[in-house]
Design a protein. Structure first.
Length: 562
């Protein structure tokens, strides 16, 4: 809350942030718009939250609806107004005005109204007040001068009492209100608009003026549902993105291996595009399942399939989402794209993200929005979602239906994404087979190989690339080529074994021949040694015989040296 005028919180999600603190305290605020735009519900929420959350009792003054109708109406927002009434924290004052009766009396002013309002305020010590609607109050005035004077008098009276007031008014012709004066004497003017374009309803809020303080001036979508009145200040989204070094698994081990280091960075925005039936939703569910397995929370927003259908289909690939849905780790929201306008979808998505605080968000598919608005509006909506997720460190997974074999998206988001996975169905040899291309992954070294994408009851697997003569082969063509290669390998191995046998036989024969020759050589060497020994003995014997013969003849010989 900024310095300056005092402000009172409304408790309306998004509105207090947009106005930097709520409505001006002790001053009147005008909430105007056409019938059915939500004026009374806005005022009721302001009054009830004041009593429930901020200890400020309030008075609801109705000139049209009965008190019981007011109680029933706000019950649809989850508020128990009757309990606050019983506790004297809210007081409903019903003032029925009949112009015909007033005309019979003659002159008419607001003195009696002030007395009733003062009594109601004093009853519970009110700090807040709602007047619904101002047209009913001033319908009896025919003199414009008196009308203007009484309007100013009413607003001055509210200020003197220090009441934080919300006054509702019907949209006029060329003016914000029918009288055209309330907007000038109010310190804050809020315009609610309910428009229909191409049979799609959109509610928008704009702060026309707010004296004494800065405020957002754009149009903002707002919701009225079972969770109450909430405003989405979409223009507050910026480019302050968190950056993480942590890597998280995709839930498909083979895909993680294609990314050096394993998985994408936390907080990345991942685009999964592909033709119908290529496995986009299954891969996205695997990423959500992986987040739940890490103990994190995942938000899955489907615009084509129901929760039960997705849970059943994922069992065919060996993934049971049931336990995560039951435990609340996985929140599944299914809504047709035509159910809301684009901005309303944006409001719902970001509100769910804000409340659930998931770690991973899946939008399946974003291409479903292309039929609900202009391409520029779709791009603006999705850009805001991407920025919001990245600024909060949430990993986003966006699926997109591609046409044919194109590598671009109709929504024009590929340049905004940190990673892009393309899934295609290729026709070859009379059958379709799935292929996965990892087109980009910012900041991560990754494989550029085309992988066959196989889904079975054992999960999702990416087969190693198999290159044939005409390129990468998949499906039965791959299996046929692998069978031929297997047969050729068997034949090659058989031929190698045959040649090895022949060589072994020749080697055995050669070794036998070598052994025979070696035996002959050994025999010859043995014979040579035997002959040498015989010769040596012969020489020695000859010498002995010669010596003996010489001695027998009486011949002396000098000693011989051996």
């Amino acid at each position: 809350m900024t310095e300056g005028i005092a402000k009172s919180l409304t408790g309306i999600e998004g509105f207090d942030e947009l106005t930097l603190g709520g409505l001006p305290s002790g001053r009147p605020s005008l909430v105007c718009g056409s019938a059915g735009c939500g004026k009374t519900l806005f005022a009721s929420t302001f009054l009830i939250n004041g009593a429930r959350l901020y200890g400020e009792p309030g008075v609801f003054v109705t000139f049209e609806e009965r008190p019981v109708d007011i109680v029933d109406n706000v019950q649809s927002l989850g508020f128990d107004l009757q309990e606050l009434i019983d506790q004297s924290r809210v007081f409903i004052e019903h003032i029925a005005l009949d112009p015909s009766e007033i005309a019979e009396v003659g002159d008419y002013d607001l003195e009696a109204l002030f007395l009733r309002l003062e009594y109601a305020v004093d009853q519970i010590g009110a700090k807040r007040i709602v007047l619904d609607t101002i047209e009913s109050l001033f319908s009896a005035f025919s003199n414009p001068a008196v009308l203007r004077a009484e309007i100013r008098r009413l607003f001055d009276w509210l200020k003197q009492k220090g009441l934080t007031a919300v006054i509702t008014g019907e949209r006029g012709d060329g003016t914000l209100t029918r009288q055209g004066l309330e907007e000038y004497v109010s310190d804050c003017v809020i315009l609610l608009d309910h428009r229909v374009d191409q049979q799609i309803s959109t509610r928008r809020l704009r702060i026309v003026k707010y004296r004494g303080t800065a405020h957002g001036t754009n149009e903002y979508p707002f919701l009225i549902d079972e969770d109450g009145f909430s405003v989405l200040p979409v223009s507050s989204l910026g480019l302050t993105h968190q950056v993480f070094e942590e890597r998280i698994s995709t839930g498909v081990r083979d895909l993680d291996r294609m990314l050096t280091g394993g998985g994408f960075y936390r907080g990345n925005s991942v685009l999964v595009s592909g033709v119908a039936g290529s496995g986009k939703s299954s891969l996205s569910c695997m990423m959500a399942d992986a987040a739940c397995r890490r103990g994190e929370k995942a938000l899955y927003m489907s615009f084509e399939e129901s929760e039960a259908q997705t849970a059943r289909n994922m069992k065919s690939v060996g993934t049971d989402l049931g336990p995560w849905l039951a435990s609340g780790q996985l929140r599944y929201i299914a809504a047709r794209p035509t159910f809301y306008s684009l901005e309303m979808h944006l409001a719902v998505i970001l509100r769910e993200v804000t409340r659930f605080k998931p770690d991973v968000v899946v939008l399946d598919p974003i291409s479903a929005f292309l039929g609900t608005g202009q391409i520029g509006e779709v791009q603006a909506m999705l850009l805001r979602i991407v920025d919001y997720l990245k600024s909060n460190g949430i990993t986003g997974v966006f699926t997109h239906l591609a046409h044919g074999q194109e590598t671009q998206t109709d929504a024009g988001l590929s340049s905004l994404m940190d990673a892009w996975i393309l899934l295609l169905n290729r026709e070859a040899h009379g059958e379709f087979n799935r292929e996965l291309y990892l087109l980009k992954a910012r900041g991560i070294s990754h494989s550029n190989q085309v992988r066959e994408f196989v889904m079975s009851d054992n999960g999702i697997h990416l087969l190693e690339p198999y290159l044939g003569e005409g390129g990468a082969l998949t499906g039965s063509a791959r299996r046929s080529a692998e069978a031929r290669a297997h047969r050729a390998e068997i034949e090659r191995q058989a031929e190698v074994a045959r040649v090895q046998g022949e060589i072994a036989q020749r080697r055995s024969r050669a070794l036998a021949q070598i052994e025979a020759l070696q035996a002959e050589i050994d025999a010859d060497e043995s014979e040579l040694r035997r002959l040498a020994e015989i010769e040596d003995r012969h020489v020695r014997q000859t010498a002995i015989d010669s010596d003996t013969l010489a001695r027998s003849r009486g011949i002396d010989h000098a000693p011989r040296t051996k």
